[in-house]
Design a binder for this molecule. Structure first.
Ligand SMILES: [Fe+2]
Ligand SMILES: [Fe+2]
Length: 377
């Protein structure tokens, strides 16, 4: 049987598909290359398997996260079926098998994968890293249950981990190709989750190392500060990182906020937006909070007014100003009254997040003319 991947397929995937993952936050290339490597390793011991298909499936399996995290397996399948170049390498039947395997890759799905290819990618998609599981489970469940005490939340996590990862649980049953590493991983999870007290110690110790906070996470409130831009994120970490969770949203990709945060915070989690912002006449360096957020036109849904509170955080600014925005904001406005152009805030509100306040530091104030001059030169 052929054991070398077709170099043309390899070139196409390497040049056109893998780089697309760079658009995703928190999903590194290394996950995909790990899954490719593990898939090929599993396949090398199997008869009658098309190694090119194994490779393409692994490369494609999480691509649907570009569209939606929750249904990414379905989206990945659609993208694979729609790929015209792939059809120059594979026939219709092979494309369909690959698309189905991609759709079937998630261990949490009720039914088993429909083909051997699905079983390979599903098994290769498993992390064997206990720390990775602890971090993911904590972030996800803490955001999902902001009203639980730290101890209660950690107990919920323990039960979830035992329901999924110990020997005999569903992640084990759905591991179609066993590896010694995975067996060691399952036994380790079983050991650390054996008792509520023992697991509480493990998780809080892990959090302490991870967040570098002597008090662990027990005192961190459930409020989330969104640092818009890298600078805003760093400033927010410094000011609030010990007591609150700080996440980053890239202002250039703010339309993707829903996708980027859906697994980290719920629509109910109180959010404060923080960081530099553009303004018209407010002097640079002025700290303000946003009183209301309006779209300047009705092109987007919810083109309405959202009223906001002054941040209930120590040191919050006392000057409240409105935020006006639209997709092009500063380039198309000649507003005279002092306002900020807080696009991040507007998109988070539009996407249904529970934004309670926005605390901003004016970083630039370009008028329409100044801005035009700026981009013309
Ligand atoms: Fe996935
Ligand atoms: Fe994956």
């Amino acid at each position: 049987m052929k054991r070398e991947i077709n170099p043309e397929v390899c070139r196409y995937i390497g040049n056109e598909i893998l780089p697309k993952y760079r658009q995703l936050k928190g999903h590194t290339d290394s996950h995909i290359t790990d899954v490719i490597e593990r898939s090929l390793k599993i396949a090398q011991d199997l008869e009658d398997i098309n190694i090119d298909m194994v490779y393409v499936i692994a490369a494609y399996h999480d691509l649907g996260r570009l569209i939606d995290n929750k249904t990414h397996h379905i989206e990945s399948g659609k993208m694979l079926r729609a790929d015209k170049i792939l059809r120059t390498f594979f026939n219709d039947e092979e494309i369909e098998i690959m698309a189905e395997a991609v759709e079937d890759h998630r261990a949490s799905l009720k039914s088993d994968p429909r083909s051997l290819y699905g079983r390979i990618v599903s098994s290769a998609d498993r992390s064997c890293d206990v720390n990775e599981i602890l971090a993911r489970a904590y972030d996800y469940n803490r955001a999902l249950n902001p009203d639980l005490s730290e101890r209660e939340a950690i107990e919920v996590i323990r039960l979830i981990l035992r329901g999924k990862y110990i020997p005999g649980a569903y992640a084990d049953k759905k591991m179609y190709f066993r590896t010694p590493e995975y067996d060691i991983f399952l036994r380790k999870v079983e050991e650390i989750t054996a008792t509520p007290e023992g697991f509480y110690k493990v998780q809080t110790e892990f959090n302490r190392k991870r967040f570098g906070d002597k008090t662990g996470c027990a005192k961190r409130k459930s409020i989330v500060i969104i640092g818009a831009s890298r600078k805003g994120y760093e400033m927010a970490q410094k000011r609030f990182g010990k007591r609150h969770r700080v996440l980053r949203v890239d202002p250039d990709n703010v339309a993707d906020a829903k996708k980027n945060f859906a697994e980290l915070i719920t629509d109910k989690t109180p959010i404060v937006v923080f960081g530099p912002v553009g303004s018209n006449v407010i002097p640079i360096g002025t700290e303000v909070y946003v009183t209301e957020c309006r779209w300047l036109d009705a092109k987007l849904p919810n083109a309405s007014l959202a009223r906001l509170r002054k941040p209930r955080l120590s040191g919050a600014p006392s000057l409240g100003v409105p935020c006006y925005t639209n997709d092009k904001f500063v380039t198309e406005t000649d507003i005279k009254e002092p306002v900020v152009f807080d696009k991040v805030l507007a998109y988070l509100i539009r996407d249904g997040f529970n934004v309670v306040s926005s605390w901003r530091i004016v970083s630039d104030n370009l008028s329409k003319e100044q801005f035009k001059e700026f981009i013309d030169h």
